[in-house]
Ligand binder design. Structure first.
Ligand SMILES: [Zn+2]
Length: 164
């Protein structure tokens, strides 16, 4: 079973422009970064982003649909996976190949592969603790405008939920 944690993740939020020029985004896996060149092609009838990246020592190209969703605070862009699913993150398997959603790549979260009761639940707790530590590393600001940031709120929520 392939785990999400083993894959390279390309988040739509790392593609931050729509001016039609080429730019470099980064796919990420376990703290390592991998460059992904991209250029948007946004017409009235087709919205796509063309990406190119290294896969097995070759440059691979891929065209991904972009879906815009209207939200109260402005439009939000999503990737449209070939299966029709709308998602913010696409994944590339460790052995290379195209980016696709986690259903298409049949990915599972590591935590789903751990038996909660094994060793009295110690392994499960360790895994959750590791996950929290990773999340803590990604928190740059504790407060914004006098309130805990979204990441901090999520961190606190998960810590309470997992009791670690
Ligand atoms: Zn898919």
């Amino acid at each position: 079973m392939l785990k999400i944690e083993q894959c390279r993740k390309l988040n739509i939020s790392s593609l931050d422009t729509n001016d039609g020029c080429s730019h470099i985004a980064e796919a990420e896996c376990d703290g390592q970064k991998f460059p992904v060149a991209y250029a948007f092609d946004l017409n009235d009838d087709s919205r796509v982003v063309n990406i190119s990246f290294q896969s097995n020592n070759k440059i691979q190209k891929q065209t991904i649909a972009i879906e815009m969703v209207e939200l109260p605070l402005g439009d939000k862009a999503y990737f449209g996976c070939d299966c029709g699913k709308r998602c913010s993150i696409l994944y590339q398997k460790p052995d290379g190949g195209v980016f696709a959603c986690r259903e298409c790549h049949k990915l599972v979260y590591e935590v789903k592969t751990i038996n909660k009761n094994l060793m009295g639940g110690v392994l499960y707790k360790m895994n959750r603790l590791e996950c929290l530590l990773q999340k803590r590393k990604k928190i740059n600001h504790i407060f914004y405008d006098g309130k805990p940031t979204k990441k901090v709120a999520q961190f606190i929520h998960l810590r309470e939920k997992w009791c670690v």
